[in-house]
Design a protein around this ligand. Structure first.
Ligand code: CMP
Length: 141
C-alpha cells in the first residue's frame, strides 16, 4: 500500500553535508519527498518528539544531541514507505547496519546515526503531525 513516513536528517547528518545524498537514496528507491523543512529543534521540541523514550537511559543525551544543530525534516510517500525507509537507513547501531545503508555509510555511533525514520504507519501519522499541517503536504502522482 502507498504509505507516508516521517524522516529526519539529524544534526550530525546536516553537519556532515549529506542531505542531498540521503535525498538521492530516497528518490532512487522510488520514495517521493512531499514536504520538507529545516529547523533548529528546541530542547522542548526534541523532548516531545522522543517522548516514548523518556524513561530510557540515553534520553537526556538524545535530546541534547537532537537540539544541537539544524535538522532537515521530511515526509516520504510511496509503496511500503515505512519499511523501505527503514531498509535504506539500516540498523540503529551503525556497527550492525547492512553495507550500503545510510547509517553504515555515514553514521558515527548509535546516537549520532544521521537519520530518523518512523517505525510504523501509526507512529508515522503522529510524527508527521508533529511537524506538518495537512496543508503542508504536497502529494502528486
Ligand atoms: P532513532 O531511530 O531516532 O530513535 C531513538 C534514537 O535514540 C536513536 O535513533 C538514536 O539516535 C538514539 N540512541 C542513543 N542511544 C541509543 C540506544 N542505546 N538504543 C537506541 N537508540 C539510541
Amino acid at each position: 500500500a502507498v504509505e507516508r513516513t516521517l524522516s529526519i536528517v539529524k544534526p550530525d547528518g546536516v553537519q556532515k553535508n549529506v542531505i542531498g545524498e540521503v535525498y538521492r537514496r530516497f528518490e532512487q528507491a522510488g520514495l517521493k519527498i512531499i514536504a520538507a523543512r529545516m529547523l533548529n529543534l528546541s530542547q522542548a521540541q526534541a523532548e516531545g518528539f522522543y517522548a516514548v523514550h523518556k524513561e530510557r537511559p540515553f534520553f537526556k543525551d538524545l535530546v541534547k544531541y537532537m537540539s544541537s544543530g539544524p535538522v532537515m525534516v521530511q515526509v516520504l510517500e510511496g509503496e511500503n514507505a515505512v519499511l523501505k525507509n527503514r531498509e535504506l537507513m539500516g540498523a540503529t547501531d551503525p556497527k550492525k547496519a547492512d553495507k550500503g545503508t545510510i547509517r553504515a555509510d555515514f553514521a558515527t555511533s548509535i546516537e549520532e546515526n544521521v537519520v530518523h525514520g518512523s517505525d510504523s504507519v501509526d507512529n508515522a501519522k503522529i510524527e508527521i503531525a508533529y511537524f506538518f499541517a495537512t496543508a503542508d503536504l504536497c502529494p502528486r502522482a
